[in-house]
Each structure stands twice: as C-alpha cells, then as structure tokens.
Write a protein of this length. Sequence first.
Length: 139
Amino acid sequence: MASFEVDRDNVHIVFDRINEYFSVGARKPFFDPTTRKWDLEEGLKFFGNGLTGEAGEVSDEIKKMMRGSYDPEGPENPEFLSKLKYEIADVAIYLRHLTQLLAEATGIYEDETDFMISKAKVCIERWPEIFEGWDGLPF
C-alpha cells in the first residue's frame, strides 16, 4: 500500500488519480494519459451519470431518515450523519470532475471556482435587493 498523507491541499489529487485510472480502463476510454486530456462526450456521460447516481444516494439516505430507519435520534443519528457525509462527498467529487471537464473542454474557465464566480454574479444581478448594503462578510 502506498504511503500518502491526505490533507486539504492534496485531497483532489487522490480522486483525480482514481478517475483517470478507471476511465482509461473503461469500455470506451475517455481519458488519454499521454495528453492528459478528457474526451468531452464520454466524460460528460461518466461524470454526469455519476453525479446523478450519487445525488440519488444522498436522497435515499434522507428518505430512510424520514421513514424512521434511523430512530430514535432521527436526523441527529450518528449512523445517518456518517452515511450522508460520505454520499455528499461523492456528489462533490463528481461535481468537481464535471466542472473540471467543462473548464478544460471549453477553455472558458480555469476551474470550478470560476463557475461559482460567474453564477454568483448572475445571482447578484437577479436579486440586487438581497445584496444591497451587504459588505460580503457574514461575520
């Protein structure tokens, strides 16, 4: 087993490597390790479907909590919170790879942060009353 200390600075590298590994071995490979480029169509299928599947698993855990599978604590049940945490992490990983794929394919954005910035600007323009007099610091 490889010795690799995972922290906030390198956690994305782990999931990049996992997706590269599995995509090269896919029925129709969509990552070329020699050029380090993704095939847009195949990448959209893989990451888009992965995102949808993982979001469904988040929803399924919430459904189980709603029907009482995690009683007596309900939404504060440690088992529920643990499972939900890991499913949300899966959603975040697929979302990150999907935005990274679009950024690389279009050349419009550098990374997922650019996507968020562009959306935030649209929201500020759409609902200026929410941001009127706001200095951007919630604390």
